[in-house]
Write a protein that binds this ligand. Structure first.
Ligand code: HEC
Length: 507
């Protein structure tokens, strides 16, 4: 990005910084997603600041489209205020690197040729729960993924509308419109991602509709980037600017974040970036809710996909992978970036089963048995870990409708938070470190009653109540939009922070 366009992007962002984003507004934004009271138990709530909602395994339907009400949510930062979706057509996107650079509203974008594609969006960390080294970040099992219909215009048509590219470039870079905390180097937190330009010009889109509805705020509305077949993080939400660049963005989320790196190593631009999603499948039912089922005939159901390629076949095993049978696809093939629902019809006698599935894509790649261990728990496609233990029992009823045992975060009442605050010495070393001695200070982003801090960029630590190992990892290496402090703090200082947070956090 040129210095000019960079400054411009930052200026647009700082406009948003001025808008106060109240937790209440966030809560109502997610509340509106739920079709009826109580249906939020379709989700496992890992985090609410920023949002991390996992679709429960037994809440997936059989048809290949995931309804918005059930679609997982993963945000890197708190969202823009929900006023931006009140008049979506006024949303402005800056187009860079074109002969006639400038701005375009969503209303004007809608006059370019419109396309609809089916595409799976999956978080890079989907399957993280199965890594034995407990990587930091949300412990998603299978539900950080969904398949939806996305409507919008091609990035290549937008560039054409602006006179075409004004030079030779190698990447497509998009910037998210989340408000950034003041006083922090924007590169450390901004959601700005680059993908190869050939990919960007081939099929990337700016989309404003999801399954026929205006794109909801929580999914990036009014408008987000769609990078078909690529991991979630590349599909930048609330797009404020997009353009070709010579190199990958200098933002931390690109340079060291979202890279497949060996356990214990720091992220480095040489490590592979989380771009195309390799072939993957899993079974959702029966047994996805952890309940026994009655013996007799039964359909084993799941989903399979491979970014840009589509799947060719799926095999299912009911004995943990010793014997395999071919499954059939159900429903329409919605293209190479959609997922396909599959079914194996079988008879199950009383007993214990281990259900696993293994997909092969159109290029001949097959899911491996095992995961590739990596520091952040990204890109898990191993079929072994994704299996379901199923008990078939004559005493069980036919319904497999157990309520989801969601890990719901409890809202800490302010009274109990005050009590927590009384438990600690405010002037402790940990308090100082939390609020002043760290750069940027932890309190700039996190709420923690004992620290009297009100940050809203990262999780509320009273609600999250992280354990010591979680804190050590997050502080040393950073996680998501949180910077690492490994070089800034000594191990004694990190331990003081750990002590302060573990002793004071909690509802
Ligand atoms: C620039 C904002 C920012 C600052 C400064 C910051 N954090 Fe964070 N922190 C975040 C965000 C955002 C997340 C959520 C990351 C995610 O899951 O994407 C987070 C997550 C965490 C977590 C949870 C990690 C997990 O495993 O889920 C802990 C613990 C934490 N931060 C502690 C700290 C401490 C201690 C400091 C100061 C040394 C600090 N943070 C400074 C933004 C920040």
């Amino acid at each position: 990005m040129t210095a000019w366009s960079r400054r411009r992007a930052l200026r647009t962002l700082s406009l948003f910084t001025a808008v106060a984003v109240m937790p209440r507004a966030l809560a109502s934004a997610v509340g509106r997603l739920f079709p009826k009271p109580g249906s939020d138990n379709f989700f496992i709530r890992h985090n609410d600041q920023p949002w991390a909602l996992e679709t429960a395994r037994n809440a997936y339907g059989v048809g290949p489209i995931t309804p918005i009400s059930h679609f997982f949510v993963r945000n890197n930062l708190p969202m823009p205020a929900d006023t931006v979706v009140a008049s979506p057509d006024d949303w402005m996107v800056t187009i860079e690197g074109c002969r006639d650079g400038g701005e375009i509203t969503l209303g004007e974008l809608k006059r370019l040729p419109i396309h609809t594609v089916a595409n799976v969006i999956q978080c890079s960390g989907n399957g993280r729960a199965f890594f034995p080294h407990e990587p930091s970040g949300s412990p998603w099992s299978v539900g950080a993924a969904g398949c939806a219909l996305w409507t919008g215009v091609k990035v290549s048509d937008i560039f054409e509308r602006f006179g075409g590219l004004d030079g030779e470039y190698a990447f497509l870079t998009a910037t998210g419109g989340e408000p950034l905390p003041a006083g922090i180097n924007p590169d450390a937190v901004v959601v700005q991602r680059s993908v190869p330009l050939t990919k960007g010009l081939a099929d990337c889109m700016l989309v404003w509709e999801m399954n026929g509805s205006p794109l909801p705020l929580i999914h990036g509305g009014p408008v987000r980037l769609l990078v078909p077949g690529y991991f979630g993080v590349n599909n930048v939400k609330w797009v404020k600017s997009v353009g070709p660049t010579l190199s990958e963005t200098s933002a931390k989320i690109q340079q060291s974040g979202y890279r497949l790196r060996p356990v214990g190593e720091r992220g480095h631009p040489d490590h592979p970036s989380m771009w195309r999603m390799p072939v993957k499948s899993w079974i959702n039912s029966p047994g996805g809710g952890g309940r026994a089922i009655a013996p007799g005939s039964c359909d084993i159901l799941g989903v399979a996909f491979s970014g840009e390629r589509g799947v060719n076949q799926v095999e299912v095993s009911i004995d943990g992978g010793q014997h395999w049978q071919f499954a059939n696809f159900i429903g329409p093939d919605l293209g190479p970036n959609a997922w396909r629902s599959f079914r194996l019809s079988t008879q199950l006698d009383p007993g214990q089963y281990r259900l696993v599935s293994r997909a092969t894509d159109q290029a001949g790649d097959q899911q491996p048995r095992d995961r590739i261990d990596n520091e952040r728990g990204y890109g898990h496609t191993g079929w072994h870990d994704h299996g379901i233990d199923l008990i078939v029992d004559a005493k069980a009823t036919l319904a497999d409708t157990s309520a989801v045992s969601a890990k719901t975060s409890v809202n800490a009442a302010s009274g109990t938070a005050m009590a927590a605050s009384a438990r600690v010495q405010n002037q402790s070393a940990g308090y100082q470190l939390f609020n002043q001695k760290t750069q940027p200070s932890c309190g700039a982003c996190h709420t923690l009653a004992a620290a009297r801090s009100q940050g809203a960029i990262g999780p509320n630590l009273d609600q999250l109540a992280p354990n010591a190992a979680q804190i050590r990892k997050a502080v040393a290496q950073g996680v998501g939009a949180m910077p690492g402090y490994g070089e800034q703090l000594t191990s004694t200082e990190i331990e003081a922070l750990v002590k302060f947070i573990t002793e004071s956090a909690g509802p």
